[in-house]
Design a binder for this molecule. Structure first.
Ligand code: AMP
Length: 228
């Protein structure tokens, strides 16, 4: 915390969707296009695991099993990150909230600074396609740019288009078995948030089975309207 007060006008966007729906890819594109900050609780948790923090130690086995980390841990991590000065530009939440308790905590947190959610956008996909999408994905170890064995390979093999990096990595939980648990967790605990945000009048839905560019265009239109 550096004492910065987040302006009440900063946009707050939420991307909802099962693992593999493209939340991370799209959040990164929106980040660039609109100057917002992508907040991925998955990334924050992976960083906590890598750093060996107390929260990371508690989260590790849960993440490897494809289950949800406790609301308490995730909300604390998100709250800390939201207090960073860069978040005053506005945020795209990718992978948070994932439960009703988290959604309510987010509403309360935003209310503290007079903010509210501008849009919660559901990326609608077919579950069956998600396993293939996830099994082939990997990222640049340097800049985090996302790639896929079948759908998005670097222009020059083995070299990141974005930063020229040559080290790539795959997530430990991107395997068929864990993906099944992650999809189950999504349907049981996260999908009900679609109704939660519909009732709040903040929900938009996007068909996320098309090309990355088409989905990005649909999202950009929604974000423009929501933040106008
Ligand atoms: P992701 O990178 O969003 O796919 O998240 C990877 C894993 O981190 C998930 O399968 C969960 O175990 C954990 N995780 C990420 N975000 C949350 C959240 N908001 N609530 C609970 N667990 C989470």
């Amino acid at each position: 915390m550096d004492g910065t007060i987040t302006p009440t006008t900063a946009p707050v966007l939420i991307l909802l969707g099962p693992p593999g729906a493209g939340k991370g890819t799209q959040a990164r594109m929106l980040e660039e296009q609109f100057g917002l900050v992508q907040l991925s609780t998955g990334d924050l948790l992976r960083a906590a695991v890598a750093a060996g923090t107390e929260a990371g130690k508690q989260a590790k086995a849960v993440m490897e099993a494809g289950d949800l980390v406790s609301d308490e841990i995730v909300i604390a991590i998100l709250r800390d990150r939201l207090a960073d000065a860069d978040c005053a530009r506005g945020v795209i939440l990718d992978g948070f909230p994932r439960t009703k308790v988290q959604a309510q905590a987010l509403d309360d947190l935003l209310a503290e600074t007079g903010q509210q959610i501008d849009a919660a956008i559901s990326l609608d996909v077919d579950d069956a396609a998600m396993v293939t999408r996830i099994a082939g994905r990997y990222t640049c170890g340097n800049c985090g740019e996302g790639y896929h064995d079948s759908f998005k390979t670097p222009a020059k093999s083995g070299v990141c288009d974005n930063c020229g990096g040559t080290e790539f990595k795959r997530r430990a939980d991107d395997n068929a078995e864990t993906v099944a648990s992650r999809l189950d967790a999504y349907h049981a605990q996260t999908a009900p948030l679609i109704e939660y945000y519909a009732q709040a009048g903040a929900l938009s839905r996007v068909d996320a089975m098309g090309s990355i560019e088409d989905i990005a265009a649909d999202l950009a239109a929604i974000v423009k309207t929501a933040t106008a």
